[in-house]
Design a protein around this ligand. Sequence first.
Ligand code: BES
Ligand code: ZN
Length: 453
Amino acid sequence: MNAVLDYIERNKKRFVDELCQYLRFPSVSAQPDHRADMAACAEWLAGHCRALGLEARVCPTAGHPVVVAGTRRAGRPHYVVYGHYDVQPAEPFELWKSPPFEPRLEGRSVFARGACDNKGQNLAHIKAVEAYLKTNTELPCDLTFVIEGEEEVGSGNLQAFLQANRRELACRAVVISDTGMPDLKHPALTYALRGILACEVTLRGPSRDLHSGIFGGSVDNPAMALCQMLAQLRDKKGRVNIPGFYDDVARLSAYERAEAARIPQTAAQYRKFLGVPRLFGESGYTFVERRSARPTVEINGLTSGYQGEGSKTIVPSSATAKLTFRLVPNQDPERVRKLVLRRLKELCPPTVKMEVRAGHGAEPYIVSPTSPLAQAALRTLREAFGHEPILMREGGSIPIVTQFKKVLRADSLLLGLSLPDDNAHSPNEKFSLDCFEGGIRMGALLWRELAKL
Ligand code: BES
Ligand code: ZN
């Protein structure tokens, strides 16, 4: 083990250079213009794994390819390591201090789109395995990396990929670093994720934009109608205002609430960090619980009418909103989709036509935080970061985790390396080099602990 940890210490500078190479690919899965960049990034990653001595291939899917890289199979306990090489769109570009795909080192951080979500985190696991392979240290486990290219758009093609490869991927558990930790003194094991349901609502009014002086008042305004509808999806107290929405929501146990209270941040610090005049949310829950264990509705995008400089006096012909609902155990995205549709139909006035396009959906995920697997993870975190780890629920979603359970019958071990101020999905995304190095050590120590189970 010392040889492995020494290797990591000696090579950490180069690891950062390699992370920067990885970050240079604008692998934005949502934007068709980046198709070729996606393929190039997948090829680079597979090539990189091969150079370390892993067997690697780029597997085509109906969407972006999946990179599969594995150690020689030697009958040791087999684990899958999952991650994603796709990133969120970098817009708005003007808010970046340096271009999003030209990684910049400043202090102990590297800034680039995808730095924490998720390239830095999955590369940490790859570097840990490199340390074993390059020091001829026997890995205690057989490992298969599955690094996909569609996580940020809902992982729509990965389920079929898992089905088709389920013999090869059969494993004891899936290890994922794609979540967060509160700070370096509180490494975290995440035991629950929220699910998600996305949809796009368009209201159509007049067949063209109209002069608002000549026609306004005699015809409904789709932007106004949409705002009135959306405003009724949530009440003043932050509860989703859709009949039946809360029917299946599981209550938080006293144990979970106590764990959530250990997170080292006060509401006042959190408010300041977000730059809001006051926090918001469902009464009866702390901000930690609200953002991780309670369901929500959010408007992610809202478009209508004239968006350029100055004014333009029109009644717009249409208005569109992109919505997502975050779901918690035991809500079912399919059932919620029906409830949402019914509510939207009920709210839509007869003066406009409504179209609702369903987007991606993912089920919420929860796993025992006290299993032997979780205990092994907690031991590893303690050793890698030198601090007592905490148990967390996270509000984000990783759509494929419930499929790992269904198709591979494998639980996911969520060992997040991202910090709250890493700006995931925001301008100036970064990854802390301390998290990167700690993550590589964690990756190295983990296999010894997991092999013992
Ligand atoms: N890494 C995140 C998920 C995450 C972030 C989980 C922080 C917990 C804490 C992942 O890349 C992500 O952003 N997922 C999307 C999925 C969606 C597009 C289907 C999300 O949660 O918005
Ligand atoms: Zn993400």
